[in-house]
Ligand binder design. Structure first.
Ligand SMILES: Cc1cc2nc3c(=O)[nH]c(=O)nc-3n(C[C@H](O)[C@H](O)[C@H](O)COP(=O)(O)OP(=O)(O)OC[C@H]3O[C@@H](n4cnc5c(N)ncnc54)[C@H](O)[C@@H]3O)c2cc1C
Ligand SMILES: Cc1ncc(C[n+]2csc(CCOP(=O)(O)OP(=O)(O)O)c2C)c(N)n1
Ligand SMILES: [Mg+2]
Length: 392
């Protein structure tokens, strides 16, 4: 905007203060946000984390900014983040926030957020500094430029004790248990998404999600290695986003494989765009995670409103027939054994395909930090079946 010229060059003293905090910290965590991707600082963040030996926790919109398979990647933080990540944040003595804005889904109750941690905030927008979380040092500027200043001065202390203690917390990994549920005839959304990941992980894949439970399961069970391989509506959380956004992604990157992962509720908000798919001849794969509910709202009704499922059950059309009416290939899947074959069929088909996955109806996203709770006070899956923290 004309006249809006924030100072985007941190003072030398601010760099010195940040470096002192980093070098004196025993239990630091990097909070990796969407600003890394916007700034194009993926390599710099990696260099920084590796040189300083600091573990990295991405936000939802930071997924892909730091490779999921990197040994320093802890996994997503926040309301539906991994339990050990939230515990690590609460135990940390230093948080280094890189291009993230401490959204309420990330912090839980602000009163109890990372109480023993000093905070460094690297952020391009001065209005974000001290907005939600009060910080000790703010470096206001473009993240990539700030990291170029910091990197040559970063020392490499031994942080193995801290990293080992986080590793031990991973034993407490209820969020992963569902992957190992026996094939008992029920289809779980986590299975579907994890299988799609296994089949498409080596391709140039872009996943576009809608808003709700399936969005959180995708964040948990699809491992993003590269920036911009996940497109999702985080801040506004707009149902109906996925299909039109996927059309945009495919038009912009025709060579990429584009998957829509969408709820039965959100899909119905913009499903008229199926016509656009056909008209523009776009090969997009649509996976409807059909649980027969506005699932994320049903989940809140289950936890906080005594299972009073008011206005959340959905009377859906037959999505496969609907797709076929547009001339789009379609399939309906109810068994786990059918997931991989149908994903392969979609990938081999010369055109778009819609798959209607009928999943367990009253499944719940765990862990969950209830609104207003402290980040470490998570509702956990009752009696985990198998602990699989070592999952690749
Ligand atoms: C149902 C639902 C559940 C959710 N649950 C979670 C959850 O469990 N965990 C979670 O993390 N999120 C969750 N979210 C998403 C959450 O609401 C926020 O959208 C998300 O946490 C924001 O991530 P961010 O701060 O990285 O990105 P943004 O909100 O995009 O913020 C990016 C920040 O980077 C800054 N920036 C931009 N460019 C630069 C640059 N060049 N240099 C430096 N800084 C820059 C911007 O000014 C901004 O402050 C959920 C959303 C929904 C709808
Ligand atoms: C346009 C819009 N309306 C309402 C909401 C509130 N909301 C968030 S998640 C959700 C339920 C989503 O249901 P569905 O698309 O079936 O996905 P599921 O949670 O079942 O995976 C609702 C109603 C929203 N985010 N956006
Ligand atoms: Mg649903």
């Amino acid at each position: 905007m004309p006249g809006y010229r924030p100072d985007l060059s941190p003072a030398p003293k601010e760099y010195d203060e940040a470096l002192e905090l980093i070098h004196n910290s025993k239990r630091p965590v990097i909070l990796a946000g969407h600003g890394i991707i916007i700034s194009g600082a993926m390599q710099e963040v990696r260099d920084f984390a590796e040189r300083a030996g600091i573990p990295v926790a991405p936000t939802l919109l930071g997924l892909g900014a730091f490779p999921a398979s990197h040994p320093l990647n802890l996994g997503m933080m926040g309301m539906h983040g991994e339990a050990w990540v939230n515990h690590a944040i609460q135990d940390a003595d230093l948080l280094i926030a890189l291009g993230m804005r401490f959204d309420d889904r990330v912090t839980g109750s602000l009163k109890t957020y990372a109480p023993n941690a000093k905070k460094i905030h690297v952020e391009i927008d001065p209005a974000e500094i001290n907005k939600n979380v009060k910080v000790d040092v703010a470096l206001v500027g473009d993240l990539r430029e700030v990291l170029h200043e910091l990197l040559p001065r970063i020392e490499s202390p031994d942080r193995s004790e801290w990293l080992d203690s986080i590793d031990q917390m991973k034993g407490d990994a209820a969020v992963r248990d569902i992957q190992n549920l026996p094939d008992n005839g029920h289809l779980y959304a986590a299975h579907v998404i994890n299988d799609i990941w296994r089949e498409t992980r080596d391709a140039d894949t872009i996943v576009v999600t809608d808003v709700g439970q399936h969005q959180m399961w995708e964040a948990q069970y699809y491992k993003h290695e590269k920036a911009r391989s996940l497109i999702t509506s985080g801040g506004l959380g707009t149902m109906g986003f996925a299909l039109p956004a996927a059309i945009g992604a495919k038009v912009a990157r025709p060579e990429a494989e584009v998957w829509v992962i969408v709820g039965d509720g959100g899909f119905q908000m913009t499903m008229a765009e199926l016509a656009t798919l056909v008209q523009e001849n776009l090969k997009i794969h649509i996976a409807i995670i059909n649980n027969g509910y506005l699932g994320m709202v049903r989940q809140w009704q289950e936890f906080f409103y005594e299972r009073n499922y008011s206005a959340t059950p959905l009377l859906n059309p037959d999505f496969a027939k609907l797709a076929e009416a547009y001339g789009i290939k379609a399939a309906t899947v109810r068994q786990r054994s059918e997931v991989v074959p149908v994903v392969r069929e979609a990938r081999n088909h010369d055109g778009p395909m819609l798959i209607n996955f009928h999943v367990e109806q009253e499944d719940t996203v765990y862990p969950m930090v209830a609104a207003g709770s402290a980040l470490h006070e998570m509702i956990r899956r009752p009696s985990p079946i198998v602990e699989t923290a070592a999952d690749e």
